[in-house]
Design a protein around this ligand. Structure first.
Ligand code: AMO
Length: 431
């Protein structure tokens, strides 16, 4: 078994070690060979000096060969790492064939080609860094919520009904029935709060059969869901999400320094996230940006999100903004009304993109049934859901953050696919 990771080598100066890793690069210089080794934790240079037998092996190495190197750890003369390995033995564990992509990143490739050869593409240290940061975000999400008495749950992904709008469902042939892939854990997270769990969260996949092929949509994404009982109104959720986001960003700043610098990414410092209402946002778009077409808007489009973020950056110097009180017309049936037109429903925008949506939910049975009817839904189809509201449903609400969107914006990635290990989009179900 592998015992030592490259990132820990600087603590082993003067010691002899055995390293198992991939060949990231090889340079030959007369009686010297420089082998750059890569493992999941980083890069290190191994130097072969004046040893004909080892030089012969080094000459035959190719990119991505899997090797075992024995040697002594010495101070480094290269910029690759603070130490290097003076090689005393090389063992080839598995030879690699010529690669369709350059792992060192020197020769760039189109995203389509990179995704076609995603396993090779993922070998690039920059890609591992993206997913280490995503893992840190998710881990921080869990840590923060657990400390606040939230219970982690896993809800069904094969479901009977739509929750976020009818057209975006993937149908599943489920024995003699028709079922769907869940668009979100919405119904189940609410049911668990009602069931007495009070506070739940889920890190799970969500499925959207959206046909549009954009840089911000996936057909399968990671939804970071939160649901909580006994709230006063949606402001409790906004404040919770604000603290959660700050904690997640701080965790990345603290624990992913190497990855952030490799990706040239900066974590924004957030003290307080500005909070606007939808009517205020409409006023900014129509008056400040002089765009009267937003007067009757019931939702924000991409341009609207980008402009509002620009406004907030210029006026509040913040990369985030909450927009509360969206019109009910554009929001799902479970949204608690604020008045006849507006709902207690909010979005969190980050650097020009909606990364999260949430709301206070309706907990009154009769209001829920009437809102369903108003949205053209048949309450009979949701019997298993609405009947729970008869048996002690506390005031509650929640939100969901799209993990890939957050990662994308945090790291300045241009396409959401770069923040998904094996993205599922309109034209891609492999690899
Ligand atoms: P909504 O549909 O706005 O709300 O989704 C919540 C968040 O999930 C992410 N997201 C997506 N990411 C990538 N590709 C997609 N196709 C995609 N669709 C959504 C976004 C979005 O902000 N049930 C509610 C949440 C709640 O109220 O608790 C819901 O799903 O980041």
């Amino acid at each position: 078994m592998k015992e030592i990771f490259i990132k820990d080598l600087d603590k082993l100066k003067g010691k002899e070690v055995t390293i198992k890793a991939w060949v990231h690069n090889v340079r030959l210089l007369g009686k010297l060979a420089f082998i750059v080794l890569r493992d999941c934790s980083g890069l290190v240079q191994a130097v072969v000096k004046n040893n004909d037998e080892l030089l012969k092996i080094a000459r035959e190495l190719s990119f991505e060969d899997v090797i075992e190197i024995k040697g002594v750890i010495a101070p480094s003369r290269s910029k690759i790492a603070p130490v290097e390995i003076i090689v005393s033995d090389i063992r080839i564990l598995n030879k690699a064939s010529p690669l369709p992509l350059d792992v060192s990143g020197k020769v760039s490739a189109e995203l389509g080609t990179r995704l076609r050869y995603r396993v090779i593409d993922l070998k690039r240290p920059e890609n591992i860094a993206i997913f280490k940061i995503q893992a840190e975000l998710i881990d921080a999400f869990r840590r923060f919520l657990r400390a606040k008495n939230f219970i982690e749950v896993s809800t069904p992904k094969i479901v009977a009904t739509s929750t976020e709008g009818g057209a975006e469902l993937f149908e599943v042939k489920y024995f003699e029935y028709k079922a769907y892939l869940a668009q979100s854990p919405q119904i189940y997270k609410q049911l668990l709060v009602i069931a007495g769990f009070e506070r739940v969260f889920e890190v799970g996949h969500a499925y959207r059969a959206e046909k549009h092929n954009t840089t911000r949509h996936l057909n399968e994404y990671i939804s970071l869901d939160v649901e909580m009982g006994f709230i006063d109104n949606e402001m409790d959720l906004i404040r919770l999400e604000e603290d959660l986001i700050k904690y997640m960003l701080d965790s990345v700043s603290e624990n992913c320094k190497t990855e952030l610098s490799l990706l040239n990414a900066e974590v924004p410092e957030v003290t307080e996230i500005p909070k606007l209402t939808f009517p205020e946002v409409v006023e900014i778009l129509t008056e400040y940006f002089n765009l009267p077409e937003y007067k009757e808007a019931v939702d924000l489009d991409q341009r609207g999100e980008e402009l509002i973020c620009r406004y907030v950056k210029e006026n509040y110097d913040c990369d985030f903004v909450f927009v509360d009180l969206f019109p009910l017309e554009g929001r799902p049936f479970y949204t608690m009304p604020f008045n006849e037109k507006l709902g207690r429903s909010f979005d969190l925008l980050f650097r020009g993109l909606e990364i999260s949506t949430g709301s206070q939910r309706i907990h009154d049975y009769n209001l829920l049934v009437s809102q369903m009817r108003a949205k053209g839904l048949n309450p009979e189809d949701f019997k298993y859901y609405i009947e729970a509201f008869k048996y002690g449903a506390p005031p509650h609400g929640g939100f969901a953050i799209g993990a890939e969107r957050l990662t994308m914006k945090l790291l300045g990635l241009r396409n959401i696919r770069e923040a998904s290990l094996f993205p599922r989009d309109r034209y891609r179900v492999v690899p």
